[in-house]
Each structure stands twice: as C-alpha cells, then as structure tokens.
Design a protein around this ligand. Structure first.
Ligand code: F6P
Length: 320
C-alpha cells in the first residue's frame, strides 16, 4: 500500500493555489504516494471530507484561479478538540503528512498538527505577500496585475474628466499591493500602513502638480488605511479637482494566475513533497533571492520582513 499525504487550501483563496495542488499531486504520485485532496481547509480534516486525487483530477487547473479544493477559515481547528479530530481523521485514513497552502493562520494550524505527530508543510498562498519568512507568496503577482489593469481603466476616465481617482487596493494591513500598483500605475500618492502620511501633504502635492499643468490624479490607498471615500471628499473640498473613490475589493483575488504565480506554485509544491517524502514536517516553504527555501514554522511566524522604504520614496519622487 502506497504511503498517503493530504493537501488542503486554507484562508483567503489566491490565484495559483490550483497550480500548487497540481504540482503536489503529481510529484507525490511520482514518488509513490497516494494523495488526498482535503476540502474546505482544516474543516475537511476535522469532518473527513476528502477525495483521492490522481494525475487526471488535477488536469486543466493550472490556469484557473480559485481553488478546486475550496477554502475556509476554521475556528474549530484553533482548539484542542478540533486538532484531535483532525489528527484522528489522518490516522483513520492513513494520512502521514499534510501540505497546507495559505497564510499565517494556516501555518499556525500546520505547526499545531505537526506537534501532534502529523508532519505538515506550509506553502505561502495569499495575494497580500504579508508572510514574513518569504519574499514571495502565491497569488501576489496576479493580484497586482489585476489591480494595475483596473487602475489603468480608472485613469482613462479620470483623465477624460480632469478628476482624481482614489483607489483602495487589498492587502489587509500590508502595503505591498498598494506600493507596487502605485508605482506601476504612476500614482501621484500612495498611502500604506507602513509609512507615515498626512492629508495636508497629499493636498500640497496635488496643488503643486496643478501648477505644472497636471489635471488628473491617481491616489492609491491600502486596505489597512481605508477611508477612500473620505479621502476623495477631502481632496475635492480642498483642491479644484472633482474626485471619486473606488474600492477594488475581491476582484483582486480572482482570475487566471500569471506566469510568475504558476512557476512559483509549481516549484513550491514540488519542494514541499520532497520534504514530506523525507518525513520532514513543521516547515514553511519560502522564496529567497528567487530560490525556494524552507523555514521552521515557529521561526517563520516570528520573522518580520522590512517594507521597501526606498521604493516607496522613489514612487513619490517620480510622480509629480
Ligand atoms: O488575505 C487576503 C485578503 O483578500 C485580504 O487582502 C483581505 O483583507 C481579506 O483577505 C479579505 O477577506 P475575506 O475574503 O474574508 O473578506
């Protein structure tokens, strides 16, 4: 009887999760494992909701957004009874290792289950890129490209009407999507949690630009700051510029993954199986200098990655 591993997606979905499922399934089968696709994150592990995956069940998914295994945030898994149920499901089904794709919350769960004897490997999958042990998370590139495409469209109408478009992008409390979208879209001003900002400074910048003949503006606001409607109203009140706010929202989570996401997903999925096949668990996969690495989950959760202040400065220096 072949050895068995499980794979699940947990937390917010991210484009590229399907590509991870494909890579994990195919590399595990190649190594002689049976693969179980666990549905709706850790809920599926608690309830025993899973299907066997073979080479063909992961055909035609590499290009699809979302996750074929569904996803959820599972409160029950945070407490001992939930963890014990999940462990029992693994024992009952002969599952000897788990690949969990998600964010920090999913990794905490993976560490807890590893500590109870089921080796788990985490793969960073979130559009926010807010996982500190890795330079890159699956879904981030696709989400940024979606945001850029949408802000470009908003620029067309802002330009036609001589308006200011205030655009809120996702990222929870992290400003990576905001920073990169802001640069790529030539935003006049970018507001994120990581860097101080003031409305007075924003208004002064718009007024300075008006003097040089600029008459339409893009302001990018990170979700963690919020208040894009209020910011737009304030701009309109204090400058001569009509302003509109747009919250891009969940559209940033969908869509076909970019090349970068598909390749990173394939590399990370393959690497996760390498670890589990050696019986190694309690690790998170990451990217450092474009190379796949693995880190102890507890260490990973303690790490803090610096915000790119130089890029933030650069963005504001060339946007006037
Ligand atoms: O973590 C991904 C993310 O899309 C964040 O950017 C956002 O804050 C959050 O998830 C939204 O969560 P939900 O889908 O539960 O509304």
């Amino acid at each position: 009887m072949a050895k068995k591993i499980g794979i699940l997606t947990s937390g917010g979905d991210a484009p590229g999760m399907n590509a991870v499922i494909r890579a994990v399934t195919r590399s595990a089968i190649r190594k002689g494992f049976q693969v179980m696709g666990i549905k709706r994150g850790y809920n599926g592990l608690i309830n025993g909701d899973m299907i066997e995956l073979n080479q063909r069940s992961v055909s035609d998914i590499i290009q699809r957004g979302g996750t074929m295994l569904y996803t959820a945030r599972c409160k029950e898994f945070r407490y001992e009874p939930g963890l014990q149920k999940a462990k029992q499901t693994c024992i009952d089904n002969g599952i000897e290792g788990i690949v969990a794709i998600g964010g920090d919350g999913s990794f905490r769960g993976a560490a807890d289950l590893s500590a109870r004897g089921i080796p788990c490997v985490g793969i960073p999958g979130t559009i926010d890129n807010d996982i500190d042990c890795t330079e890159y998370t699956i879904g981030y590139d696709t989400a940024m490209n979606t945001a850029v495409e949408l802000v470009d469209k908003l620029r067309d109408t802002a330009q036609s009407h001589d308006r200011c478009s205030v655009v809120e992008v996702m990222g929870r409390n992290a400003g990576y999507i905001a920073l990169n979208t802001g640069i790529a879209c030539g935003a006049t001003y970018i507001i994120t949690n990581e860097m101080p900002y003031s409305i007075d400074d924003l208004i002064a910048k718009i007024n300075d630009c008006l003097k040089t003949g600029k008459h339409h503006f893009i302001v990018i606001v990170s979700e963690g700051i919020g208040g894009s409607e209020e910011i737009a109203k304030e701009i309109e009140k204090r400058t001569s510029i009509e302003s509109r706010a747009t919250i891009l929202g969940h559209v940033q989570r969908g869509g076909s993954p970019t090349v970068r996401d598909r390749v990173a997903a394939s590399e990370m999925g393959y690497y996760a199986v390498e670890l589990l096949s050696k019986g190694i668990g309690n690790r998170v996969i990451g990217m450092k200098d474009n190379k796949v690495i693995d880190v102890d989950i507890q260490e990973a959760l303690k790490m803090r990655k610096p915000f790119d202040e130089d890029l933030f400065k650069l963005a504001h220096e060339i946007s006037f």
